[in-house]
Design a protein. Structure first.
Lengths: 285, 285, 285, 285
């Protein structure tokens, strides 16, 4: 349909765009057919455009997608008995611009929060503001409120926890890792989220791809990443308690209350994960 | 996350799967930057899996996707002043199986219809059950109800209308084409939908790709296709008043009340469409 | 659950609140049981609070509510053979404040419009921007854009059409009433919406209760009212082409693309409507 | 709008309907204005019709409703400094029929579960299938699957836990109460849900009003109630691990993953709850 009417068009500020390739590969060995849900597709959400994506599955399998309660895209696959390889690959356009930040972004009073954001002030499986409330208020309560207070929470979590693979497990809550002092990116995120929520600041968990664009490449194998978004003023702002830095090229897979809402793979059975490879890197134009 | 529990798994009836390539290319020449919405992505919805899709746009442009009121995927692009080429390409897995049909599927009484289906009994921009009600009741009212009555509507529309490009326009309603006797696939569909709705049978418009799988190839250039879905029993059933045949490989782009809800391209301005090419064909494995 | 943390609370600007009673009564006589959908409940949506509502139906009938595609509340009732009385009654709190207006609110370029607002630039059953585009552009195209242009559209429609019950019917489009020069409030609204959409200004139809608060009481029996909302800047603004005045106490029942989306009563059958009474008036505190 | 067409109407099986009054009253004393969310409105959802409801708040306050992620209705109120009384009262029609049960309802394989039900197989704040999986499989794994297995879970929980007010708190998980052996209705429910989910049976938490219809009246003051719904076959089925009986007149307020999703009151602050009264009883016709 053509509305058929000429309109003048404001020119957007031109933004340099870079190309990024993200993807992953899972090799499973299953004793029996195993229903599985994958959450690995990069979201086509501003400011990122997904211009190409491809699934390949060996042996050939049906991939059934659906959208969950949070608007995330999920893919259901029944892994067959035996060995299976599932590969996801996408090409993205990402703006070559620093991540947004605004030190003057303010905390809202609870009564001012939008209805659909209230959820993110409550406890969830791994984020326990109720049990970390005393610490949150004594540490961060007296500080000036707003963006800088959230940054202070990130600074604290980033220095309090030591990153160590294997130090935590699928059962570890924010309380557990706060006590142990060790965790992986999801734990850093759960703890920072818990402190925010304890202060009535809405915070949600984000899971995605994070390339080493314009930062020294990490020698470790690439992995999925977790960070958080915090509601200040009239929007969500990205904070990353693990890296504690603004980065380029974050590609969101999904968001939710905590890691239980955005699992890269949920298996209804016990297949062996022989290998997992993650890719997130700039692609030459 | 691993639920960690083995479950036995029912084996699905194995279905042969074929590979289908669908896509389109639009070449526009615009005097000024022109905001445009495209609805051309094949839906990843049962029984079809989209295993690969790719957008390419020259010059390089942002493609912003969103989901509309009906759950359809739309892509917003600002066509730049000058010449632009937008290409969409996807690879699908489609079952090698006849389209469902069930001659015993029954019409529901209005009180039995699910809430979200009621909408599709009402008039819309192009489907005018209110104005075609007398004809609908005199022609189809006395017939046995159910699947066969809907088939009778398709048979009638298929023989009453003569397919002819250019015979109708973006303003033509079901009433217009019923009077003229000519139309394209969208008009066949609008008229059949109007008759169904007049009888309180929910019917919705579907827009998509329709390959010539296992049927004699149409010598005309490939085009997008329109057909309808009708609610009988507890689900939507596909009917195609234009081809009036069950087909393989229908790939849905979107559905809605009529063509105004699923437009392949909506331009806010008046660019020249230099060419449009549509592709839908089997892909050798 | 208690978050258990004291927060200071910004004091809202105190707003005087008035109490308003709205409701309606339908008396039907049906030959057979007749499925019917009513859209008459006042929405509890800012700035209005519904503090009491009551349905009474004689004989006693089930009232099944659901929410439609637009978020409107609908009630399904099967009117029994014979005489039935359905009564809806609600008590609202409404702010004693002038309706918002902002002459500086600007039109957005199509590319700037939020995704979910795009729908309201397109043609629908009764609103035909495609067919009224030439008139829209010649009349309103040269004007300064924004709030004042929309007001000019309302001024024109208000003076061009003469209000007359019975002058139009359930089939009358904006084109029809524009030609005839007569209509009721829904026709005024359809015409103004069509002009807005032709200019790429999103406009939607609103159906509701409109009391005579602080205006001279209309001696005619109270009726439901229709007006429109137009997207300017970052929100919907109320315009009323029929009354062409800012009013207090508008209680929205629902909104949609046009009257076909918000019908006070949709019957799947042909009962006789013996009487309909509408009430909307201030309630002494 | 009148579709204008007579249809014959299947007569529903006549069901005797009884009238039930439900409601609650909260008296708070707050030091400062305190934002609060209440979830106390009875849902108008089959088979229950809400024919009247009324909020009264002293002093007069705005009540702002919204619908949460799960489709539950919530009401936001800012409790003023000082004493406030919030009262909710509703009149319902409920069928005089035994609650549905079907001993032949079967468990689905995970791959057969509808997309939107998968969520209810995962851990949440209070329901920990991951940590109770071993017990679940050793106790209930060898049993025949389906409705009877879920009933066996309820029987076990009902006998394993002793009902005792004050024995658990807002922090108590299913693991905690399983160990302590004591709990209130929410704990019974959390534990039974955890066992179901460990077996990949979707289970969700329900919060509502439960009158003593046709059962010996409980001499204790009326309270809100919690039970669960379990997905078997193609629908949710009600189970009540606390009362372990089929009952009449269950009026759902909301459902979610566990009690953290359906809290009768969430306060952003620390007001004193001076008293809470709950009402759920049959109303003479």
């Amino acid at each position: 349909m053509t509305n058929g009417i000429e309109t003048s068009q404001a020119h957007e500020v031109p933004v340099d765009v870079r190309r990024m390739r993200v993807g992953c590969e899972f090799v499973h060995i299953a004793a029996v057919d195993t229903p599985t849900v994958f959450q690995v597709e990069a979201q086509d959400a501003q400011p990122i455009s997904v211009i190409k994506q491809e699934w390949s599955v060996e042996p050939q399998l049906r991939v059934r997608r659906y959208t969950d309660l949070y608007g995330n895209r999920c893919a259901r696959v029944v892994l067959p008995a035996g060995r299976s390889v599932l590969r996801y690959d996408a090409l993205l356009l990402v703006p070559d611009a620093a991540e947004d930040a605004d030190e003057s972004a303010r905390e809202l009073l609870p009564d001012e929060l939008p209805d659909d954001v209230l959820l993110y002030t409550l406890p969830s499986r791994y984020c326990l503001p109720d049990m970390l409330g005393d610490e949150a208020w004594s540490r961060f309560g007296p500080m000036p409120t707003g963006y800088r207070r959230v940054q202070a929470i990130c600074d604290h979590v980033n220095s309090h926890l030591t990153f160590q693979y294997g130090s935590s497990g699928s059962w570890s809550t924010a309380v557990d890792v706060n006590a142990s002092g060790y965790g992986v990116c999801r734990d850093f995120t759960h703890l920072a989220i818990s402190f925010c929520r304890a202060l009535n600041i809405p915070a949600r968990y984000v899971f995605g791809y994070l390339p080493d664009m314009d930062v020294p490449a990490d020698p470790a194998p690439m992995d999925f990443a977790a960070w958080m978004e915090v509601w200040l003023g009239d929007r969500w702002w990205t904070f990353d308690p693990r890296n504690n830095a603004r980065r380029k090229g974050r590609a969101v897979i999904g968001h939710g209350r905590d890691a239980s809402d955005v699992a890269m793979v949920t298996t209804f059975g016990a297949p062996l994960l022989e290998s997992m490879t993650v890719l997130a890197q700039e692609e030459p134009a």
